[in-house]
Design a protein around this ligand. Sequence first.
Ligand code: PMP
Length: 304
Amino acid sequence: MADRDGVIWYDGKLVPWREATTHVLTHTLHYGMGVFEGVRAYETPKGPAIFRLQDHTDRLFRSAHILGMKLPFTKEALNQAQLDVVRENGLKSCYLRPMAFYGSGKMGVAPPVNDVHIIVAAWPWGAYLGADGLEKGIRVKTSSFTRHHVNVTMCKAKANGNYMNSILANTEATRDGYDEALLLDVEGYVAEGSGENIFVIRNGKMYTPDLTSCLDGITRNTIFQLAAEIGLEVIEKRITRDEVYVADEAFFTGTAAEVTPIRELDGRQIGEGKRGPITEKLQAMYFACVKGEAPKHADWLSLV
Ligand code: PMP
């Protein structure tokens, strides 16, 4: 991250950006055992607001629970920390990164269980897969890297170490000229993107992989609710890569990626090769929610 002014919440205090450092013997740096969140705040008519703050904080605690990591702060403190970080940095819209990690108290695989630290940083971050991608759709490649087996790592935890798999997949896809990777599970069924859940639409019905080997995405959940509002049925099932090839529409969801249409998978055009009408509708509904333009979903926003 570029050097910058501003503050980062670090173990209960707002510290200057440049002073929010940790020792090179930090356990999580060596072994990847940590948990984090990706959260966004948007500019709304009432000022900046964090989207689904409580849900993100709840998932952070679930991730820690899965890894057997005891967090030294309450959910309320973490919610407040995120609001404080947006406010104190004077940000109108931004990405937030809460993360809990083990300190340098002890080396070796067994972590220093009483040496857990938490940070919350925030910075402006535009469209994760490009503004153009949001409008025109992105080109995706099925990864040669398989998504984690459910008993190799814990897919329901948003855990630092899980992202080595995502990085391998994303790096391979982008190096080959694609925008993002699609990972299959150990049995060869569609799982998710390197940092996104996937939806496909065919003959007016929407499908998404069940959660066996994917992260329980908060944007995914938001799309379920928005789809219900327009009478669109969402079916959770196993999906094959060729089902994506013949879909009328497909899109990725994620806090960072928001709702990004997929126009191509493995060189096969999907539908018309552009953002489809249902994707466009759901995307517009999503942006209305996050930007405070959907009164019905005002409760998803926490004003800063
Ligand atoms: N899957 C993976 C692997 C992710 O990293 C993310 C981003 N957190 C998602 C799915 C989407 O989750 P969410 O909508 O909660 O951001």
